[in-house]
Design a protein around this ligand. Sequence first.
Ligand code: ADQ
Length: 478
Amino acid sequence: MAVAEHRYDLVVVANRLPVDRVQDNEGNVSWSKSPGGLVTAMESVMIDRDGAWIGWSGDPGEAPEPFDENGMHLHAVPLSQDEIENHYEGFSNETLWPLYHDVIVPPRYRRRWFEGYHEVNQRFAQAAADLAAPGATVWVHDYQLQLVPAMLRELRPDVQIGWFDHIPFPSVELFAQLPWRRQVIEGLLGADLLGFQRRADAENFLRVCRQLLGLSTRGHTVTVPGADGAERVVRAAAFPISIDASGLEELARTPEVQERAKQIRHDLGDPRQVLLGVDRLDYTKGIRHRLKAYEELLTDGVLAPPDTVLVQVATPSRERVTAYIELREQVEVTVGRANGDFGQLGSPAIHYLHQSHGRSEMAALYLAADVMLVTPLRDGMNLVAKEYVTCRFDEGGALVLSEFTGAAGELDRAFICTPHDIGGLKRTIREALDADPRDKRRRMRSMRRRVRENDVRRWADSFLCALNPSEGRATGEP
Ligand code: ADQ
């Protein structure tokens, strides 16, 4: 890449740009905001700070020229089809994703995938080195770019480097499986600050440094010996991510969204109780366990349409990866069976939408749901849980939340469940459905307060301030 003319004081580096390319019938290209946790979380931070965002556009081949969108300067990194297969689909999504999510499906280790991962990380590091102003802050995101911090430090020792892990960080026993564990840890240790969703994730990382690399750790820090005998101290701490709570609540309060919520309930046949699941179609989200529990409640005769309905919205995700293709089949077979066995004409037991929706429709769905089911087997945070309580300005509704989400650490007034325990999950769903309305209100009020007080701006401020104390006020750990 040619050296950029304009350089930026804040550079975000993430696998994907925060937009998707849309082409109409006449061939005109435009960009629309992409769905997904990171984009939702970072958008408001970037708009506030005139930063640059480096990422892949989502299409193979040549990258589009840099462009501005939504108040952000976007800089695309090109990826060939081979690189997408090795770096993204292979090493990121078939090796790291399952390994970091408690090996729910077996991780696959392929040497050429790691070679692709290394090459692509080098390209992102170079792009960041070219765009960062002297002394800039560079914030690298997520498991797809774990080698970037050390590569960037090599190219630009003058910049402050932060990395944030959106997904869990595994225990040393699991992480030790990774044939490239040393490269990954050394890559991360190029950063000044490593952020994790939960304290337990940061502790797992520090333990990995101690046990696998023999480094010395103290409190939140690990000491890294340099080639010249000098030492560097890297901090690893928890910064639980959040959402743009005020923006989302404002949207939920609009008459259009409230009207749409009523319409949704009407279209569902005005049931007494609406249950809702909203997830990327991913095996970590516990969708199969949720559907099994629901199907058993139907079989037991505890729930029945049209009195109770479940709406499951599942965003298409990673559709070329085998485990995702299989998951989609399993989910669709279960939905078909439940509807065949328990549905009535015009009243299916489960409304299944394999689609992505806009923010207003999501807010209306949240407002329409009496019980929100968030049942991941493992999840870094889970923003859906925070979005649901934020939309419930009426203090209505109830949240069933898996203990294996980062969100459970903050939203401890939810109806906490253990999704592997189907019997327990059924009991928790019933408890949420039958709870005393005053109890539900108290829980909702308390959870709403937590999210309002710890919104995404506070998250970003805390991280950026811990990375670079001149940036603003420090609010979180350490
Ligand atoms: P994700 O695994 O993508 O994120 P999550 O935190 O639930 O998971 O975020 C999903 C986002 O996508 C939410 O903002 C949600 O509203 C949106 N979304 C989901 N289904 C949708 C649909 N059908 N239509 C439109 N939007 C939809 C990763 C980690 C998480 C972590 C986030 C942020 O896996 O653990 O919380 O990053 O760090």
